[in-house]
Design a protein around this ligand. Structure first.
Ligand code: NAD
Length: 467
């Protein structure tokens, strides 16, 4: 089945771009480099498919359940391709495929509630919900499949059609996912487009798109909001984070060290809501640094295809350069690497898992989003100082508080300016909860019923009770 306009034209060779395996740094495949002008036909078909798709919620629920089964059946192929282009360990790719199917299943069973409102007058208002039209879903390279599903599953069950654009660093697993979903969904209900910029910019500004749901960095999120303003499409933005973990003075370091380490280093630190800064009481700082450094020095780093590997490479060369640059800057600012601090020799985009201490609070590794396997651990003297520092960036995605007295930890968590605050863990989410960033970390709400309503508009019928 052709998935790009240029593939539909017999005899015409579509342009392609290279896809690199980050574990080797070598090109291992290619993907269609679709031109922005191809989007007109794609969006037009998505618009036509919308008329049938929005008609029957039972058909949609059934199709999404079938789609979830199809994703699971293709799990081995999807996971392998994901590891090849993204770098994560194969077990994590399998887990991502499982979460993709779980999102389809969760949203398949969600439906909006029709409500009747009476206010004492002899009329009532009935609130119904209507779909929006074609939705553009634009996703990054860190969790290509599950982040896509978090967008297309609620959009589809709501009755919209979807044009999905993965990152050019990870187009292949998403293309395969599109082919798998096509076995369960009517034609043109979900279309995957791949290509380099300005494909995403054109999609975000396309006049036929009624909702742009974007996950990515803050600067690109701003550009997407500006682009979507041209057609006044709805915008949902899930953007970057710089989550702080605040350790309290009653924390049992040996009990939480594993959890804290993986909250920062899972997916090689390339998680929007990873722990990106640790604040430890001054008297525990050395113990915390040592516990994290010991884990950083011994964790198995390598190709995601190797079953021993727990940490893969950084996904792409520009990101590796950013990680290296903020680390070098921190070291130049006076920081010390208790573990790592450098690229690993050999092929591939590997960076040694790094724990930084003595980091000046103004260094970019603290104030910006490093998005890689590098973690600064900062000492604090008073809790107010720690909370102020945790809240002291433009980000507001998540945060966590770690301690033995849960009530006290809960009271500190209440003071974090973010969308989700965890106690004694970090980044665990339920499909049923809202997901939204504070400050620059997001606009709109995804997850749970909020994600469904984010893809619907209210339609109100106001009528008298008698003719
Ligand atoms: P990015 O912003 O560079 O790219 C995201 C997507 O936007 C990609 O598909 C990219 O091709 C596309 N794009 C690039 N320029 C565009 C433009 N002008 N208009 C429209 N689309 C455009 O982000 P990235 O480097 O792929 O991902 C890392 C970032 O994503 C980090 O900041 C991370 O925190 C964030 N992220 C946030 C969440 C969340 O849920 N809040 C989840 C995962 C990642």
């Amino acid at each position: 089945m052709p998935t790009s306009e240029s593939e539909r034209v017999p005899g015409r060779q579509p342009a392609r771009f290279a896809v690199v395996d980050p574990a080797t740094g070598e090109t291992f495949d290619e993907a269609p480099d679709q031109r922005p002008d191809e989007l007109d036909a794609v969006v037009d078909r998505a618009h036509r498919a919308w008329h049938g798709w929005r008609a029957d919620p039972v058909v949609r629920t059934t199709a999404l359940r079938v789609a979830a089964n199809a994703v699971e059946a293709a799990g081995d192929d999807l996971a392998r391709l994901l590891t090849l282009e993204q770098g994560k360990p194969l077990a994590e790719s399998h887990a991502e495929v499982a979460r993709t199917a779980a999102r389809l299943r969760y949203f398949a069973d969600l439906a909006p509630r029709t409500r009747r409102i009476t206010d004492g007058r002899p009329v009532h208002s009935e609130i119904r919900w209507r779909s929006l039209g074609p939705v553009a879903a634009i996703v990054p390279w860190n969790f290509p499949l599950q982040l896509a599903a978090a967008k297309f599953a609620p959009a589809l069950v709501a009755g919209n059609t979807v044009v999905l654009k993965p990152s050019p660093f990870t187009p292949l697993a998403t293309r395969l996912l599109g082919t798998v979903l096509a076995t369960a969904l009517p034609e043109d209900v979900l279309t995957v487009v791949t290509g380099r910029e300005p494909l995403g910019a054109r999609l975000a500004s396309h006049p036929g798109i009624r909702h742009v749901t974007f996950t990515g960095s803050v600067p690109t999120g701003r550009a997407v909001a500006e682009a979507a303003a041209a057609s006044l499409a709805r915008v949902t933005l899930e953007l970057g984070g710089n989550d702080a973990a605040v350790l309290l003075d009653d924390v049992a370091v040996d009990r939480i060290a594993d959890r804290l380490f993986w909250a920062a280093f899972r997916n090689c630190g390339q998680v929007c809501m990873a722990v990106k800064r640790v604040y430890a009481p001054a008297q525990l700082h050395a113990e915390v640094v040592e516990a994290l450094a010991q884990r950083a020095q011994t964790v198995a780093v390598g190709s995601g295809l190797n079953p021993e590997t727990r940490l893969g490479p950084v996904n792409n060369a520009p990101q590796l350069a950013r990680v290296e640059q903020v680390t070098k800057q921190a070291l130049a600012d006076g920081a010390r690497a208790a573990a790592g601090g450098h690229r690993l020799d050999g092929p591939g985009y590997f960076f040694a898992p790094t724990i930084l201490t003595d980091v000046p609070p103004g260094s970019p590794v603290v104030t910006k989003e490093q998005f890689g396997p590098v973690l600064p651990v900062l000492p604090y003297r008073s809790l107010d100082e720690a909370v102020d520092a945790a809240n002291g960036t433009g980000f507001g995605l998540g945060g966590s508080v770690w301690g033995t007295d849960l009530d006290r930890a809960g009271a500190v968590a209440d003071r974090l300016e973010c969308g989700t605050a965890w106690i004694n863990h970090h980044a665990e989410l339920s499909l049923a909860q809202p997901f939204a960033g504070a400050k620059n970390s997001g606009v709109g709400v995804a997850g749970g019923p909020w994600g469904l309503y984010g893809n619907l508009r209210p339609f109100v019928v106001h009528r008298p009770q008698e003719a």
